[in-house]
Design a protein around this ligand. Structure first.
Ligand code: PGA
Length: 256
């Protein structure tokens, strides 16, 4: 059975005091995580050392929200995936739609960043997803295929470890999640597309959904067959919500 993953993307939120409170609440509610159901929190860069300390012996993984496509060099303001690895991260979100939109990141950069992350020993959590306009124009599969193919232009399926996240832009931060049926359809599409390259890799590939996941809709989403967890934004900043979403994922894992 594939492992399940719950990834909290804290975005540009938090401070030393609120980070500590949030992790202390999570650890109090979840003194032990369930085997096979992993949790990752991704704070902003400056808080990574603080989180590494707070998460010690919790079983909760530390991830980053972005990394350079280079391992080192003259790239002012960039952060190498090697640095993140050294500070205790084991994964990094790549190609989030907010970065595609605000920082104009494109498919090629996403592919190069994924490869650099892998080379640095991190698991890239690769985000793909369509905009509302693309969905309305019936172009969702074309867009997903293009983004996926760009990433696979760089990564070598046979031995690389990645996590894929379907994150439709229209569902992120809007409070309106994709329906479970839409999520299942697009996740199955992505898995089938990966299977065309490597069936075993596709069978083992964790594919997450992200976009307005909350405690109230988590169970209906997690019960779909192709979903292996969630990438959570605003609900990851609320310990009660995040714990409830984790418990919904645990329940879906036991039922599977
Ligand atoms: P949201 O964000 O849960 O606040 O919609 C999801 C994401 O950006 O990954």
């Amino acid at each position: 059975m594939r492992k399940k993953w719950l990834v909290g993307n804290w975005k540009m939120h938090g401070n030393l005091a609120s980070n500590r409170t949030l992790i202390e609440q999570l650890r109090a509610e979840l003194p032990a995580l369930t085997e096979g159901v992993e949790m990752v929190v991704c704070p902003a860069f400056p808080y990574i050392p603080q989180l590494a300390e707070l998460l010690k012996s919790s079983g909760i993984h530390l991830g980053a929200q972005n990394a350079s496509d280079h391992l080192n060099g003259m790239y002012t303001g960039e952060v190498s995936p090697l640095m993140l690895h050294e500070l205790g991260c084991d994964s990094v979100i790549i190609g989030h739609s907010e970065r595609r939109y605000y920082q104009h990141e494109n498919d090629g950069l996403m592919g190069r960043k994924s490869l650099a992350a892998i080379d640095a020993g991190l698991v890239p959590i690769i985000c793909v997803g369509e905009t509302a306009e693309e969905r309305d124009a019936g172009r969702t599969h074309e867009v997903l295929a293009r983004q996926l193919d760009a990433a696979f232009g760089y990564i070598r399926t046979a031995h690389d470890k990645i996590i894929l996240a379907y994150e439709p832009r229209w569902a992120i931060g809007t409070g309106i999640a994709a329906t479970p049926e839409i999520v299942q359809e697009e996740l199955a599409f992505l898995r089938a597309r990966v299977a065309q390259r490597d069936q075993a890799f596709a069978d083992n590939l964790p594919i997450l959904y992200g976009g307005s996941v909350k405690a109230s809709n988590a169970s209906s989403l997690f019960n779909m067959p192709d979903i292996d967890g969630g990438l959570i934004g605003s609900a990851a900043l609320d310990a009660n919500e995040f714990v409830a979403i984790y418990k919904a994922l645990v329940a879906s894992h036991k039922e599977a």
